[in-house]
Write a new protein. Sequence first.
Length: 376
Amino acid sequence: MQPLATKFHELFGSDPNIIATAPGRVNLIGEHVDFLDGFVLPFAISDVTTVAIAKNSSGKIRTASIQKKGAISTIESTQLKPKSGEAWTRYPVGVIWALGIDSGLDILIDGHVPLGAGLSSSAALECAVATAINELFNLGLALPELSRAAQRAENVYVGMPCGIMDQSVSLMATEGNALLLDTRDLSTEQIPFDIAPLGLELLVIDTQVHHALVDGGYAERRASCEKAIADLNIKSLRDISIADFVSRRNKLDDKTYLRAFHGVTEMKRVLDAVTLLKTGDFVGFGEIVTAAHISLRDNYTVSCPELNLAVDTALKFGALGSRMIGGGFGGSAIALIKAKDSELVKSEIRSEFMKARFKGPRFFSALPSAGAKVIL
Ligand code: GLA
């Protein structure tokens, strides 16, 4: 029997009806544009969150997690309303709410995507639950619909105004590929990202600075972009060329201009990066990745000293490109490095962090992995 099924039985006294997993992600490029109709290029990592679920006849949703030592949090299934229940249960329960399910359920979570590391542990949890519920209740929803439901759970039930990237890649990723996602219509193209035979490695540097995106910095940046759209009287930052945007600078205050400038230029960077990947130009690709970091740091202002030090050190020791990923204010950076330099880059970053009296970073190497699936 699945170890999680055994634990489930110990805790709830029955067997799960279904078990599903969903991965976290890294994002190669396309940051803070997934709520602006932009393109993004994330891939799923091999760390997953697994959920075991069974229907019960008590009318209650009982949620537990291995990482919380199995303590059970209970809520009436007929009384789900945004922001109700213990904070950590709002991700799974929010998905049940967003999918319109009104049934007693037992849920056991086993999360292996590091929390607060900018690797989308929340989307992994939401998407594992969405995948399980879709199957358990024969909802027949396609992946874009599941992705939108998971996003609605996070936007409304949790209260974090995220875009659609993390949920989409957690559901739609395929092994060996990055996912080019058009966040306007959720159309996708799988872009091969097979770097090992080229002697390259995608190093993830978790700064161990834990971010809480519900805090306001993320929402505030998003609001600036929405203000730019209103002030320029356009439908979307997607529909304006860089030249046109720059020529209308006098319509925006400086802060709004810089933040929206990040969005407009980042959308172009993603498409340029994909063209370079398709021609195998990893040097050019790396340069664009680094340009994205500079824009996130200086224009969008969501980086932090730890992320900047990780990026600068990786570049100093030979990385082809490096940048912060995800929401920012902490979390992880990526560096595209020659695999033979891996130990050197890690030890230099470690020693720079020590000199700066930052907490020791964690490292891992990321490979494009599969999206969510039912495993039992
Ligand atoms: C977080 C959000 C995503 C996206 C990124 C930044 O991960 O959940 O929707 O906006 O930040 O690209």
